[in-house]
Ligand binder design. Structure first.
Ligand code: HEM
Length: 515
């Protein structure tokens, strides 16, 4: 009650749920249920562009809010929400200090630039090819009417189609890519068709042995994707609590998610441990981190390296697979879109035929990256799904901030929910809730791009955007050039768990080779 009565930030007049006016309970309870994005969206539909979602947090769904809060001139910094994500040390994602962040951002800046990412195209294509080999196997057995399990993934056959959940396969592919690029080796999930990775049994011993060869560490396998699914929503929930309550909650580590978090962290340790004890000289994200120097000219500590590596695995894996899964869902659901996309792909890649060489099976990024219809389909999927659809919290700097005519005092937490921004009728038109790639050509594309923020904008925008766009472009082009896809049941809804990342729970498709 006290925050409401004192009204330190002058927020009493803002509408919102009663309990949100004097605590973080409303926000935390939605986070706990995995419903934050849709709950905040529903509030905006009820109350309009300004909604109070906790005692000091205002969510602003107005086109002006995007630049004002996240733009380069905003001055707003990340809030203490991000402290909940810290493991070992602050990393590029969690650091709140402007100076520390810009130092960290430079470590991988070259590798993440478009030029740097192009060097990784062969790696991305290699895993795409592995995915195609597995999907070809499914199509072949599906065509013969045989049901079964590949790795840990079941399928059934029906009328010449193979029916299966494509989400695990997309997860395996993006985990293997990020494993390869961020830490020097894939996890081997695509090959095995299983959610599996090797980690050291003792985190402490592994960190002590960093850089040594011939260590006698004991290793065990863990289901990485499952652990990530348990860990990130839990951390997201902790972040929505005030710091004192967060501390108490995280002490209750007997909770399943707390234990999962500890196990998951070992993945970063394993990655750095293996890499530092090998003599590989390849240029990738980890090699840039190993070569980086801090402000005093010293190499990064074992903890900092591990934290950065772990962060890249988390940030670069299920964000990309969730986006691809949602895009596949919409294309599979819209037959016209799929046929037009296939025609556009055939025009640049050739009509698919069984004589295609390995190189031709996987779409070349150069050939498809400027294909307008493909990019419109991908952008439309990213807009409608909004993989990171929650409002990313920022603290209003000294001097306050004015957004859409309202002034917010220093210290107030503000955010612009991407999911709601991506559905504002004033920007996207009356059919904003529908999947319609044609909106990008029928309307003012430049105006729309100004408010299109799947990777956020400004100094804290996604550094992995170029890699993600390359992975998505190659994957969607290859899949729809080679296969025909439908939803396994036509009225299937895209159900998602909404933590920091909005993840499709499953995407059951029917699939067939086009030739
Ligand atoms: C479609 C896939 C992806 C989406 C939708 C996405 C989205 C985002 C968003 C919205 C942010 C801002 C988060 C915030 O301010 O709290 C972000 C940050 C970040 N992303 Fe991504 N991301 C994707 C893929 C990737 C990939 C592939 C990588 C790594 C290779 C990556 C690495 C990062 C990092 C390191 C940050 C923190 C950047 C900073 O604070 O300077 N992301 N991402």
């Amino acid at each position: 009650m006290i925050p409401f009565l004192v009204d330190k930030y002058g927020l009493r007049g803002y509408p919102g749920p009663l309990v949100a006016k004097f605590s973080s309970l409303w926000l935390a309870s939605k986070a706990h249920k995995g419903k934050t994005t849709s709950a905040v969206h529903a509030l905006h539909q009820k109350y309009g562009p300004f909604v109070r979602i906790s005692s000091k947090h205002v969510s602003i769904a107005d086109p002006e809010a995007l630049q004002a809060i996240y733009g380069h001139n905003s001055g707003a910094l990340k809030t203490d929400f991000y402290d909940a994500f810290v493991a070992f040390r602050h990393n590029i994602f969690t650091s709140r200090s402007r100076l520390e962040h810009s130092r960290k951002r430079k470590y991988t800046a070259y590798a993440m630039s478009m030029k740097g990412i192009m060097e990784f195209e062969p790696n991305v294509r290699e895993y795409q090819h592995m995915l195609v080999r597995q999907l070809d196997t499914l199509c072949a057995v599906g065509a013969q009417g045989i049901d079964g399990v590949l790795g840990s993934c079941p399928w059934t056959a029906r009328d010449g189609w193979v029916l299966f959940d494509c989400m695990p396969w997309l997860n395996f592919a993006t985990f293997d890519v990020i494993g390869d690029l961020a830490v020097g080796a894939p996890f081997g999930m695509l090959e095995a068709g299983k959610d599996t990775a090797l980690v050291p049994v003792s985190e402490e011993q592994a960190m002590k042995s960093f850089g040594q060869q011939d260590t006698d560490l004991e290793w065990a396998t863990i289901p990485t994707i499952k652990l990530l699914n348990e860990t990130v929503p839990w951390i997201f929930f902790l972040g929505c609590l005030p710091p004192q309550a967060r501390f108490l909650m995280s002490k209750l580590q007997s909770f399943n998610a707390g234990a999962s978090r500890k196990l998951f962290q070992k993945l970063g340790v394993a990655a750095v441990s293996k890499r530092l004890s090998s003599e590989a000289t390849r240029r990738d994200f980890l090699s840039q981190l190993v070569a980086a120097r801090d402000d005093e000219g010293k190499p990064l500590s074992a903890q900092e390296l591990t934290s950065e590596a772990l962060n890249l695995i988390i940030a670069g894996s299920d964000t990309t697979s969730s986006s691809i899964g949602a895009i596949i869902y919409h294309i599979a659901r819209n037959r016209d879109v799929q046929e037009r996309l296939q025609k556009a792909l055939d025009d640049v890649l050739g009509v698919p035929n069984s004589m295609f060489s390995t190189d031709e099976v996987v779409a070349s990024f150069d050939l498809v990256k400027n294909l307008t219809y493909l990019q419109d389909v991908i952008n439309e999927g990213l807009r409608l799904h909004s993989t990171v659809g929650v409002g990313l919290p920022r603290e209003v700097p000294e001097g306050g901030m004015t957004v859409a005519g309202k002034t917010l005092l220093a210290g107030t937490h503000v955010s612009c929910p991407t999911y709601t921004l991506h559905r504002l009728k004033s920007i996207w038109g009356d059919d904003a809730d529908e999947f319609n790639p044609d909106r990008w050509t029928r309307g003012d594309r430049n105006m729309m791009l100004k408010y299109f923020a799947p990777f956020s904008i400004g100094p804290r925008a996604c550094i992995g955007r170029n890699l993600a766009m390359m992975e998505m472009t190659i994957c969607i082009a290859t899949m729809f050039h080679r296969y025909r896809l439908v939803l396994a049941s036509p009225d299937q809804q895209l159900e998602c768990s909404e933590g920091f990342v909005s993840k499709p729970k499953d995407v059951y498709v029917g699939m067939q080779r086009r030739v």
